[in-house]
Design a protein around this ligand. Structure first.
Ligand code: ZN
Length: 297
């Protein structure tokens, strides 16, 4: 009899163990996917959050969207978050978006709407239009913009980096000297006199401080700041640079001054914000109470 009970007990504990390890996965109830909205404009982004019910270990999840995987980042409240960009040239329409954590997958659909921006015609003087990016400039800028670091430095939000009027908005397609509009404006231009202070839009680490002398012929004197978790900001055409690569900055720290170095028609700050190396509209970071700061701390 005693043997029989022990046997039953072993069977029962084995059954409970199997339930605990496979039950939620089979039921598909453990992983939750949360989006801040059901879609966005071209050149915008979606805040994607994932959580696993209970205290089960969770491998680093990814977002699957536009035939790409976007790494999610751990938040202090135990959730995972990704700011997933929608490239400005994306065809408007409905697209599937999923989170995947190794054993479970949750899918939904998002709607990408057109931003309705037309073509801007720009005339450059022969001396400026004959300038092309050097290999050094291209490779250093590209590597910096694609930085993905686990740390989140943007926790206190973002500010407009410079005083002055917006002279050119994000996203408008561009035609130079009558040529085809194959590119678009990957940032905001803020018109300001040469020497106007430029501040870091958020906390972060300076990952690029490049100068005309080093070969930055198109972007001019350039600073790129990594805000962590795939968010990077860029400041172009600077007159002076007051930070060094590797140094930490806070939201509002002075990083340089407005200039018109590189391809620029006059003194202004070109301010760009990139997610996973994809440029998005910087204005989206200046909203009050942004959803990407909502992760409980
Ligand atoms: Zn610009």
């Amino acid at each position: 009899m005693r043997n029989h009970i022990r046997h039953l007990r072993t069977l029962l504990s084995l059954f409970l163990f199997v339930m605990a390890t496979t039950g939620p996965a089979l039921a598909g109830t453990g992983l939750t996917l949360e989006l801040d909205r059901d879609g966005c404009l071209q050149g915008g982004f979606l805040t994607v959050r994932a959580e696993r019910a209970g205290d089960e270990p969770l491998v680093q999840p990814v977002v699957q969207f536009m035939a790409r995987e976007w790494k999610m980042f751990h938040q202090e409240d135990g959730s995972w978050q990704a700011l997933v960009p929608v490239e400005n040239m994306t065809e408007p329409g409905r697209y599937p978006l999923a989170v995947m954590d190794g054993t479970q997958r949750k899918e939904t659909e998002v709607r990408i709407r057109p931003n309705g921006l037309g073509v801007q015609h720009i005339t450059l003087s022969p001396s400026k239009s004959s300038l092309h990016a050097t290999a050094v400039e291209k490779s250093r800028v590209r590597a910096a913009l694609r930085t993905l670091s686990e740390e989140r430095y943007f926790g206190s939000g973002f500010l407009r980096p410079c005083e002055g009027e917006t002279s050119s908005i994000f996203g408008r397609k561009r035609s130079y000297n009558g040529g085809p509009a194959t590119s678009y404006h990957k940032g905001i231009d803020i018109a300001a006199p040469q020497g106007t202070p430029v501040h870091s839009t958020a906390g972060g680490r300076v990952i690029l401080a490049g100068t005309v002398e080093e070969g930055f012929r198109v972007n001019g004197n350039t600073v790129v700041v990594d805000h962590g978790q795939g968010v990077v900001s860029a400041y172009l055409h600077l007159h002076s640079i007051s930070v060094e690569e590797g140094s930490m900055v806070e939201k509002g720290s002075l990083i340089g001054t407005v200039g018109h170095t590189g391809i620029s028609t006059g003194p202004h700050l070109h301010w760009g914000v990139y997610l996973y190396g994809v440029s998005v509209d910087p204005r989206l970071f200046l909203v009050r109470h942004p959803s990407f700061l909502r992760a409980r701390r």
